[in-house]
Design a protein around this ligand. Structure first.
Ligand code: ADP
Length: 649
């Protein structure tokens, strides 16, 4: 709930819009009540054939007559009270009757006052002909219904805008968070987890907010308008009709808990569902090559079955909310019909000794009362949907906000230091690193890489080569020790400043589903087409690119699937060359390139690597030939040798 309240607080930032929406909802509610109240003149005029003015005069005269007779009766009873002959019993009776008459007189005085005030309005606006009155009132109902729908539309649009805006902001924040977190924090949820948060969970929250500012305002206001109308006719009868409200309230609280639990399960299942979907489709080649289609289909079938089962529970509770609230609505109407009809048929004002009305109810009065309660029962029924929406929103908020509150482990200094370009040295000082806090991947590493040095990192698989590079690029921070650039801790530099100095090519080339031009330009966004072509030539990509009918404008497909592994690597190399960064990191960057092309790329690299620091993870002798220092990493232990030492050995 606490997180959902935060979302509501965010929504209150758009308070002018919410006020406008509230006013629209109030307009809807009052027109809703007014439409039902319009029943009264229609029934009165149709039943008696009188105009409203005549009805008002009759009401005024009736009230005046009752006041006069009450006065006379009170006078008589007062005399009886003062008479020494009266017994105590008689006196008590007289006192009770005086009290009742005084109360009834007050009511009649209100009627006189209201009728007096109403007279000029009726004279001015209401025709004296009964049929014309019906026409006028019917016209009012049509116009007010039209107006009501305009208000409803405006309110729905405003509320939807506010909710969608919050949901959009949350989507942006989730996306930003995904880009900010360090790699292991990101991988805890994975792309599928973030995808689920950005889509489904944000929608759940938006739905909850729409329920709060839409239904949770409009429907209670409608109920309030109708109950207020019914209250004016008979507050005692209105209270009698609400006797079931506490039971229904209790049931709703129970149901809300269940709905919240089921919504949470749906969310968990949706995460798993996204995960399986992403994995199977992302690794489709492996799935097909190892003929695991059946297994994956089964896995997905199980996920969707679980989701369906949870969805059915959701539907069950959601649908159960309908009858529960409807019981309240129908209970109100049934009570009012039974009690009201009994009072009208028997010309009574009391039932079981409890006063229900000051004077016997008229048929139009009880009809409008019924109308008011029917008018209140419809929004009561709709409230169940509102509750469900709010519960779903609460669950959505509970999933989203903790993620947004997760601080990135890659903290940035508020006052980052600036360093001249190019740097002089990269230093790892007593660095140890562990991904999980248990296995130490790098152990007490002391390493200096001077500017312009070409370092080849070698060693067995899993030795920690990529981890070392990841620490230099600050994808992670060391668990112990420090990484420094020119004596400044990487944590004291801005991430932007550090990364702009680095161009990296990894084994798993990441390409965007865009043109080749776009993919190379990603290295330096302001590069000209000529510069892009020059970079592609260095990476020996220009030849194959120009062979495509669309040349540089060829779309590469999702993750570059239309290109071969070697072509993808060459585009990634071109991107890195274009960046013209002072540190070039190549992680098995030419592993998929054919021997002849690789030789040509090495020639280009040999020229390119001058005047920059190059860190190459490689096993290839041809690449090693470019290096002037070799760093060996085995089980996290780092040893560094100059190439001439290596040759001597
Ligand atoms: P190399 O590049 O030398 O093959 P890595 O640096 O990639 O080795 O990995 C070193 C060790 O760290 C391996 O044992 C690997 O299992 C582990 N490792 C790598 N990445 C992660 C990660 N994100 N989370 C947990 N362990 C990891």
């Amino acid at each position: 709930m606490h997180y959902f309240l935060r979302a509501l607080k965010e929504a209150f930032k758009s308070w002018p819009l919410l006020i406008a929406s509230f006013l629209c909802s109030a307009g809807v509610a009052s027109l809703w009540g007014a439409n039902i109240a319009a029943l009264f003149p229609i029934i009165e005029v149709t039943l008696n054939g009188d105009s409203l003015q005549q009805w008002n005069t009759r009401r005024l005269e009736g009230a005046n007559t009752r006041i006069e007779s009450s006065h006379a009766e009170i006078k008589r009873l007062t005399q009886q009270l003062e008479s020494p002959e009266s017994t105590d019993d008689l006196k008590i009776q007289a006192r009770t009757s005086i009290d009742a008459l005084t109360l009834s007189m007050r009511g009649d005085e209100v009627v006189v006052y209201a009728s007096h005030n109403l007279t000029p309005w009726l004279d001015r606006f209401i025709p004296t002909d009964p049929f014309q009155t019906i026409l006028l009132v019917t016209g009012f109902v049509v116009v007010s219904t039209f107006l009501k729908h305009i208000f409803m539309l405006a309110s729905a649009l405003i509320v939807s805008w506010v909710a969608m805006n919050i949901s959009r902001n949350i989507r942006l924040s989730v996306f930003n968070k995904a880009l900010e977190l360090d790699r292991s924090q990101f991988m805890q949820r994975g792309a599928s987890g973030f995808m689920a948060q950005v889509t489904g969970t944000s929608d759940m929250l938006a739905g909850g907010l729409t329920s709060v500012f839409g239904g949770a305002v409009t429907e209670p206001l409608k109920i309030f308008a109708c109950l207020a109308g019914a209250w004016c006719i008979s507050w005692q009868l209105t209270l009698a009709c609400l006797t079931m409200a506490p039971v229904v309230g209790f049931l709703m609280v129970w149901l809300n808990r269940r709905i919240r639990g089921v919504s949470q399960r749906i969310l968990d299942r949706a995460m798993g569902f996204h995960h399986v979907l992403f994995e199977s489709l992302g690794n489709i080649l492996t799935v097909q090559a190892y003929t695991m289609e059946k297994f994956e289909k089964e896995r997905f079938r199980t996920c969707t079955k679980n989701m369906m089962r949870t969805g059915m529970w959701h539907t069950f509770y959601y649908t159960l909310a309908n009858p529960i609230t409807e019981i309240l609505g129908i209970g109100m109407v049934a009570t009012s019909i039974v009690v009201g009809a009994w009072l009208v048929i028997n010309h009574e004002t009391q039932i079981f000794g409890i006063t229900m009305t000051d004077r016997p109810m008229t048929v139009p009065g009880i009809m409008v009362f019924f109308g008011m309660l029917i008018g209140a029962s419809d929004p009561v029924r709709k409230l169940s949907g509102v509750f469900t929406g709010i519960n779903t929103g609460i669950v959505g908020a509970q999933a989203l906000y903790p993620l947004l509150d997760t601080p990135s482990r890659l903290t940035e200094s508020p006052n980052p230091k600036s360093l001249p370009s190019p740097h002089r040295e990269i230093r790892l000082r007593n660095v140890s690193f562990s991904y999980d806090g248990i296995d130490t991947v790098l152990r007490d590493v002391d390493l200096v890489i001077n500017f312009g040095e070409r370092v080849a990192i070698v060693g067995p698989n899993g030795g920690g080569k990529s981890t070392l590079v990841n620490l230099i690029c600050r994808f992670y921070d060391p668990t112990k020790g420090a990484v420094l650039l020119d004596g400044v801790l990487l944590t004291d530099l801005s991430l932007y400043d550090l990364r702009r100095r680095i161009a990296i090519v990894t084994q798993q080339t990441e390409l965007f589903n865009e043109t080749i031009l776009h993919n190379i330009r990603y290295g330096r966004w302001d590069a000209t087409v000529l510069e892009i072509e020059a970079a592609a030539q260095k990476a020996h990509a220009h030849e194959f690119i120009t062979e495509f009918p669309d040349g540089y404008n060829t779309m590469v497909g999702p993750n570059g699937y239309r290109l071969s592994g070697g072509q993808r690597q060459r585009i990634a190399l071109a991107r890195a060359f274009l960046r013209d960064a002072e540190i070039l990191v190549l992680d098995e960057a030419t592993s998929q390139i054919d021997v002849e092309s690789e030789r040509l790329i090495h020639d280009a690299l040999a020229m390119y690597v001058a005047n920059r620091t190059v860190i190459m993870i490689t096993h290839r002798a041809s690449t090693l030939a470019l290096a002037d220092t070799i760093v060996n990493i085995d089980h996290g232990i780092v040893t560094k040798k100059a190439v001439n030492e290596r040759s001597a050995a």
